[in-house]
Structure formats: structure tokens, C-alpha cells
Design a protein around this ligand. Structure first.
Ligand code: ZN
Length: 241
């Protein structure tokens, strides 16, 4: 099985189209979305539709739940809150229901686990940023690998005597060493690389690769401004932060 794994689209249609165009060249058997389809960008409806068209397995992100009314907007900063309220007005009840019904965690065929934030408190949408954060999730992980998102920074944590991390774009999965992989963000990268991020997991080969894809950033920014969303949400796309 070859999995095409992507996260944190944030209603950036230009970025999602570019990522799918890249993955379509890779004989993907199953697409997996790690949440935050919506929030920040100008095309929430179109992004939901594309995720569904690809028959992706999908789990919930905090923005998905917030837009669906399942998460209190008080947890959000000013710009995220404004974007969530704008997005609520764009979506139909069915679309919001789809977001509300998404699970927090899924285990897929005993070989991989997916979550947006952490395995220890998935409903809290905390970040895995330190080795200690990673340790708490690795302790609960029952498959060799877990893919996650939320921080918008691609990074890998490896279990060993202690938990180590790596920024490598090629990762080997070993059955006796559990691994946590953040696949980065499609629609709002924050590692100072503005290119959209996604991953391919070849389960037979035991290899994961992180890919960065160029897309029409200016087109996405223009739409954000036209929609009346906070301009900073466009501006930051240029710098990947
Ligand atoms: Zn996100």
C-alpha cells in the first residue's frame, strides 16, 4: 500500500490542487487527511469537496471542530476566530455536519495511526513540539508509526533510549522502534519554507518521504483579501510562517 498523507489544508485550494497533482504521479492507493481542512483560507467548500473526491480517510482538526461549533472559539487567537466565523457562513449544514462527525484518532489496519494533535489528549489539540510531548504520545502508540499535524512543521520523533528527533525528508520505519511523523502543512506552512508539504508512506518498503510542492501563493493571497479575511492570513503564506 502507498499512502498519500496530507494535513492542515486550511481552505487553501491552490495549495491542495498542487499537492494532489504531485501525489497523483505517485500511484497512491489511499489518501489520508490529518485534519484542519478549513480555517484561514478562502476556499473551505472546494477543499472539503476535493478531500471527499479523493476518498481520503479523514480525522478532525481543531479548526474543523471550531467551524462545526464543537470547539469554543475562545481558544482561538483573533485572526483564527475571525476566519472560523467567516467559514461558518460559507458552509452548508451538511458540510458542517461532516466536519462535526470526524473522529479524533484512527488506527488503520494495525500499521499506522493518525491524529491531528496528540495521542494522550487528542480532544485538547495540544502540540507535539518537544521530545517530552512526543514521549507522551509514543507511550500510547500501538502501531509502528503515527502521522500527525497541527504545528505545520514537518518533523519526525523516534523512540529509543530517549526520544530523538530528525528533520530528514526520508524516514525508514522500523517495527521495533516507534515513530511519530508530522507531515507539515498543505495550506499554511510555518517552517519558513512557503511550499506546500505532504508525505508518501510506502508501507511495504517501510519508507516515508516528505515532499514540498510549489503552488500559486499569490493567487491564494488575492482570494483571502477579496473574501475580506484578515490580510495577515494571506501575507504569512509568502514567508511560510
Ligand atoms: Zn492547522
Amino acid at each position: 500500500m502507498r499512502y498519500g498523507i496530507y494535513s492542515d489544508i486550511h481552505a487553501n485550494l491552490e495549495a491542495l490542487q498542487a499537492v494532489f497533482a504531485r501525489l497523483e504521479q505517485e500511484k497512491i492507493d489511499q489518501y489520508i487527511c490529518l485534519g484542519d481542512i478549513v480555517g484561514y483560507g478562502a476556499n473551505p467548500k472546494e477543499c472539503i469537496q476535493m478531500v471527499l473526491d479523493k476518498k481520503s480517510l479523514v480525522i478532525a482538526g481543531n479548526h474543523d471542530y471550531a467551524v462545526a461549533g464543537k470547539l469554543n472559539l475562545d481558544f482561538f487567537n483573533h485572526f483564527a476566530r475571525e476566519a472560523a466565523m467567516w467559514t461558518r457562513k460559507q458552509l452548508t449544514n451538511d458540510e458542517k455536519q461532516f466536519l462535526a462527525n470526524l473522529d479524533l484518532v484512527q488506527v488503520i489496519q494495525d500499521i499506522l495511526t493518525i491524529v491531528h494533535g496528540t495521542l494522550n489528549f487528542p480532544e485538547m489539540f495540544d502540540y507535539i513540539q518537544t521530545s517530552y510531548d512526543a514521549h507522551l504520545s509514543l507511550e500510547l502508540l500501538e502501531t509502528p508509526v503515527c502521522f500527525f499535524g497541527h504545528s505545520h512543521v514537518p518533523i519526525t520523533f523516534l523512540q529509543g533510549q530517549t526520544v530523538s528527533f530528525s528533520m530528514d525528508e526520508e524516514i525508514t520505519i522500523e517495527k521495533n522502534r516507534k515513530t511519530l511523523i508530522n507531515v507539515g502543512s498543505v495550506g499554511q506552512p510555518r517552517d519558513e519554507n512557503p511550499m506546500a508539504s505532504c508525505a508518501i508512506y510506502d508501507a511495504e518498503a517501510g519508507k516515508v518521504s516528505i515532499h514540498r510542492v510549489e503552488y500559486d501563493i499569490e493567487g491564494a493571497i488575492e482570494k483571502i483579501i477579496k473574501a475580506g479575511l484578515p490580510e495577515i492570513l494571506g501575507e504569512r503564506l509568502r514567508y511560510g510562517r
